[in-house]
Design a protein around this ligand. Sequence first.
Ligand code: A2P
Length: 332
Amino acid sequence: MKKFNIAVVGATGMVGSKFLEVLTERNLPVENYYLFASARSAGKVVDFMGKPHTIIELNEENINATKVDIALFSAGGSTSAKFAPSFVKTGAVVVDNSSEWRMCDDVPLVVPEVNASDIDWNNGIIANPNCSTIQAVVALKPLHDKYTIKRIVYSTYQAVSGAGVAGYTDLVDGVNGVAPKKFPYPIFNNVIPQIDVFLPNGYTKEEEKMILETQKILDKNIKVTATTVRVPVLNSHSESINVEFEKPCTLEGIYEALRSGENLIVMDDPANISYPMPCNVTGNDDTYVGRVRIDDTVDSGCNLWVVADNIRKGAATNAVQIAEKLIAKMSK
Ligand code: A2P
């Protein structure tokens, strides 16, 4: 069986270290792993796959010296803008977790459960969507296939891990009264109705990402609006999603569609107070949906509550699933 060389770029970060965990669990056919980070971490030794791996400084010389088939990037937008093309030049396919390439027309934006076939038209870069978008479209795909979604209203409750190590530290240290470094206000005992920067229209960049990425992945004809909020939860994003359909729906039909969804778990039993929450979802690769209700303020629509581990399915797992599809393609 053919074996592949894989680079992890940003291997010391919040998502990067989850890449290493997920790669260990999924056991891809890999010859060598190369772990890259900034000059700050170069030379550090990380135990991975039962072997010590030395962190390599990300620069042109080292990229050219390590001929890889796939590079998994999670080192921020500017690093990706600068170095993803360098990997592509060496013949590698980059799976990038930043927002740098997502809306480029020649870059597929992929959630394998929804649009895996878009991998086929990549030109060397495949973008991993925003964490909030990924879990939303996994839940919405079977409903769109069955009822054709007309409009979506997202309200998110996003964990601090989505802001990397610095965001996580703001919550942990904030419990002891330490002033925030990453967020504009304390996140402990607070909610912040701002994720990423504000745009001229009053929406935040995170809200714009959810809107545009949902349309790119699922269907450009769907009207989407969003409010994205940071909450004092360490890990796993929750979302209230209001959906309006073109075709008539029933509650039974919605449950049936959701139960057929790939890597989607319906957890919805009010009698036993069962519904998804960060505390019962963190550590899993699936997306969870509950609190399913018909919205009778519209001709056809429903409300959903969707929770997923934002560092796993929202980032590392989704990228590794894309790498698995690439490996299957490259092995043919
Ligand atoms: P380093 O640890 O050496 O700074 P997080 O999202 O958790 O903040 O992690 C960001 C990741 O991106 C880290 O692995 C970080 O490496 C890496 N990174 C940040 N800037 C650069 C850069 N200019 N070149 C390479 N890696 C970078």
